[in-house]
Design a protein around this ligand. Structure first.
Ligand code: SAH
Ligand code: SF4
Ligand code: F3S
Length: 449
């Protein structure tokens, strides 16, 4: 069998990172190997994100650029996967005639068979979303075909999907439309997957879901999740022998339980780090976003987390310029930032998305106002991050090496801070060591051995 080379470019969230691994794994079974660049590829897959208009535009412009690659290499196959594929489907092919395969978020497991169909019958679209869909159990690769390739950036750190989809319908969000209804995986499948990974040398696991706190609650498919809270699953996974670090993402504050908060007190390998998206600091905006918590409730959660785990590093997501956000509403967001002093945050200008409720909200905020608000928020967050990071100077921290090259060593603390270290031939990815922090920047730290 002649071996074909594929190249995957992944956009968007960790969910897509894991899905790209799954496609790589399925393709390996069909005789493909993973290459390092677009130029050498016989198959290019764009695993796309549709969370904001900009993310979608990026994909479209990259597809436009690939047109000439296909002209120079007619046997080249181009595949669009992920959330844009799910949402736009066939429309992508009508705009971009050089695309061969559109593959939705629940169809990635069939990529090998679908490509065979493409070769025989021409372009294919597979975007079925099934509410009752059971998440296939595919144990990940342990020995990647191509070290350093795009699906294998940090082999000692792996993502394990525990649930897919979302039922929350926040009014700005496409995810319930692109990923379908919420479904939890069998707890025993999750635990098996973690065990296989850790036995194979993985040191750090991140459990993934759009709202991990509702794990096991809304499951029409799997009886094996019954009686399982996310906290119970987390404790069970934490007992995997040899697992050094455990993280999870993401949590909607409305479902954050005391049971989970208490895990930060006594689960030893659970990293003291929590990404808890708040989105806005105004109750009326939160209500129109359909977030189902108030600013006060959010602050109480932060308080509880810090009481259980004083060193916890908190990060969040913020949207500025949601329809109807007044100057006063935005001041609420700035106040919340002052109040909580997040270690870091991801902040975005509100973006209208097809199929969401907020697209119909009429009081849109001017682009220029959104830009001003975003700049103000980010400038203040940068100051706070720098102050927070400076608190680590002089402290000794255990880090895991993620990348070691002639450019330097990149490592990470349990609090999820990047620490740059001087070049060292003796350090390799996956090593743990203690370092002293000697310098703090807004987005990373510098340490010495
Ligand atoms: N499930 C996670 C969020 C996943 S999407 C949660 O509920 O917290 C990641 C982030 O993208 C969101 O937290 C939000 O801040 C941002 N986002 C989502 N839709 C957006 C939109 N239409 N415009 C701007 N930002 C958006
Ligand atoms: Fe989107 Fe809300 Fe679901 Fe998060 S909880 S994925 S923001 S709908
Ligand atoms: Fe983007 Fe889809 Fe993830 S929209 S953020 S890739 S779930």
């Amino acid at each position: 069998m002649d071996q074909k080379v594929f190249y995957i470019k992944t956009f968007g969230c960790q969910m897509n990172v894991r899905d790209s691994e799954i496609m790589a794994q399925s393709l390996a079974v069909h005789g493909y190997i993973e290459g390092m660049d677009i130029e050498g590829a016989d198959l290019i897959i764009l695993n796309t994100c549709s969370i904001r208009a900009k993310a979608e535009q990026k994909v479209m412009s990259m597809l436009g650029y690939l047109r000439k690659n296909k002209k120079n290499k007619p046997h080249l196959k181009i595949c669009v996967a992920g959330c844009v594929a799910q949402q736009e489907g066939r429309k992508i092919i009508s705009k971009m005639g050089h695309v061969d395969l559109i593959i939705g978020t629940q169809n990635i497991y069939d990529i090998g068979e679908l490509l065979e169909k493409v070769c025989k019958e021409g372009p294919q679209v597979a975007t079925g979303l099934d509410d009752k869909y059971d998440i296939p159990n595919l144990i990940p690769h342990l020995s990647p075909l191509t070290p350093g390739s795009s699906t294998n950036t940090v082999p000692f750190r792996k993502f394990v999907t525990i649930m897919q989809g979302c039922n929350n319908y926040c009014t700005y969000c496409v995810v319930p439309h692109t990923r379908g209804r919420e479904r939890s995986r069998n707890s025993s499948d999750i635990i098996d997957e973690v065990e296989v990974l850790v036995e194979g040398g993985v040191k750090e696991i991140t459990l993934l879901g759009q709202n991990v706190n509702s794990y096991g609650k809304t499951n029409s498919v799997n009886p094996l999740t019954e009686g399982y809270s996310f906290a119970r699953l987390l404790r069970q996974v934490s007992e995997t022998k040899g697992l050094r670090r455990l993280r999870f993402t993401t949590s909607n504050p409305k479902d954050l339980t005391d049971e989970l908060i208490h895990c930060f007190e006594d689960v030893k390998n659970l990293c003291p780090q929590f990404h808890l998206p708040v989105q806005a600091g105004s109750d009326s905006v939160l209500q129109r976003m359909n977030r189902k918590y108030t600013v006060q409730q959010y602050l109480e959660l932060v308080d509880k987390l810090r009481r259980c785990c004083p060193e916890i590093a908190l990060t969040t997501d913020i949207i500025v310029g949601f329809p109807g956000e007044s100057d006063q509403d935005f001041e609420g967001t700035m106040n919340l930032l002052e109040n909580v002093q997040f270690h870091g945050s991801f902040s975005f200008k509100y973006s209208d998305r097809p199929g969401t409720r907020a697209i119909t909200f009429t009081e849109k905020v001017d682009e220029s106002v959104k830009s001003e608000r975003l700049a103000r928020f980010q400038a203040r967050q940068d100051e706070i991050s720098l102050k927070r990071n400076s608190e680590y100077i002089g402290q000794t921290k255990t880090v895991m090496v993620e990348d070691s090259s002639e450019k330097g060593v990149k490592s990470r603390t349990d609090t999820n801070h990047i620490v740059h270290l001087p070049i060292s031939a003796s350090l390799k990815a996956g090593d743990f060591l203690d370092v002293t922090i000697i310098h703090a920047g807004q987005h990373s730290l510098r340490g010495k051995m």
